[in-house]
Design a binder for this molecule. Structure first.
Ligand code: GRG
Length: 289
């Protein structure tokens, strides 16, 4: 796992030279290269490997997905959204570069990432097209943006999209969080040349893991510290945000994570991936501390 993280960090650095106009490239690179967990790129590389592919073939896509993730973090932290001054243990992008540049850095990452996939991937045009299709459909209003919109509207019960809070919550978690894990896992499999059934398996794994991960993230917001998470904690409750924890309480939320992680295990265990197993174990370890 650490080897993959090192490789991803090296490549992110290499793929993002600082050129004129330096301010925007520095702002883009700032959040991308802050020390995140790199879960999405690692999962993309591992999906490619367990499906019989070479990890270097998946590297541009893995890094592009980390850039899309960083883009969503930059925009999520803006005063008009979650209004968070810290991210990954450091001042958020807009605190360093100002709001206008932070908005533009997010926008620029959104087009830089697919450009990277096209320019750096040594894959057939057919595979590149499939990967790009997954990428752009995940990033747009059908998924990532849609999830964020319902998340915002859910504050103080302003969302009337679904009858029950539970359904609304599942929509939010599926679209704002599980989406990037599914994207990473599916594209890793596509790059390895996996068949439809295996690609679907990766999607199902990403869905279970992504739902578990968002509830884990909400639990950590309640039980962890700024030092551990590198961002402001305890904001969900204050904002009246709809989360599994605010809806059902901590114990029920932990139970749900256990259930989803067990489902994820049952999909992935046959591949004997130490990396996937250690990611799943880590989530349980953190919430049980
Ligand atoms: C314009 C395409 C576009 C999207 C913007 C702002 C937004 C829409 C979406 C926000 C999505 C969001 C912030 C979801 C939260 C997901 C989550 C739990 C993030 C934390 O992930 P970690 O813990 O972070 O993996 P690190 O820093 O470790 O990478």
């Amino acid at each position: 796992m650490n080897k993959y993280i090192e490789l991803v960090n090296e490549k992110l650095n290499e793929y993002m030279p600082i050129i004129y106009p330096e301010k925007i490239f520095k702002s883009m690179k700032y959040t991308v290269t802050l020390p995140g967990k790199r879960l999405r790129p690692v999962m993309c590389l591992e999906a490619c490997k367990i499906m019989g592919g070479k990890i270097e073939d998946a590297m541009p896509t893995a890094c592009a997905i980390e850039m899309l993730h960083a883009q969503s973090l930059i925009h999520d932290d803006l005063p008009c959204m979650d209004d968070d001054s810290f991210r990954r243990g450091k001042p958020s992008n807009h605190m360093v570069f100002g709001e206008a540049i932070a908005v533009l850095a997010g926008d620029a990452l959104l087009s830089f990432a697919p450009q990277l996939i096209i320019e750096k991937s040594k894959l057939s045009s057919d595979i590149i097209l499939k990967v790009l299709h997954e990428f752009v459909s995940s990033a747009g209003a059908y998924q990532l943006i849609g999830g964020q919109v319902v998340d915002i509207l859910s504050e103080e019960g302003r969302c009337k999209l679904y009858d029950s809070d539970e359904e609304t919550l599942k929509y939010i978690h599926t679209n704002k969080t599980a989406v990037l894990f599914k994207l990473a896992l599916k594209t890793g499999a596509i790059i390895a040349g996996a068949g439809e059934e295996q690609i679907k398996e990766m999607e199902d794994f990403g869905q279970k893991f992504g739902l578990a991960f968002q509830i884990y993230d909400d639990i950590m917001d309640e039980i962890s510290s700024f030092e551990e998470l590198g961002k402001t904690i305890g904001k969900d409750k204050d904002a009246g945000k709809l989360t599994y924890v605010t809806l059902y309480g901590l114990d029920k939320a932990k139970e749900k994570v256990h259930e989803l992680i067990s489902d994820a295990h049952s999909i992935i265990d046959k591949y004997n991936s130490e990396i996937f197993e250690s990611i799943l174990d880590k989530i349980l370890e953190k919430i049980n501390k």
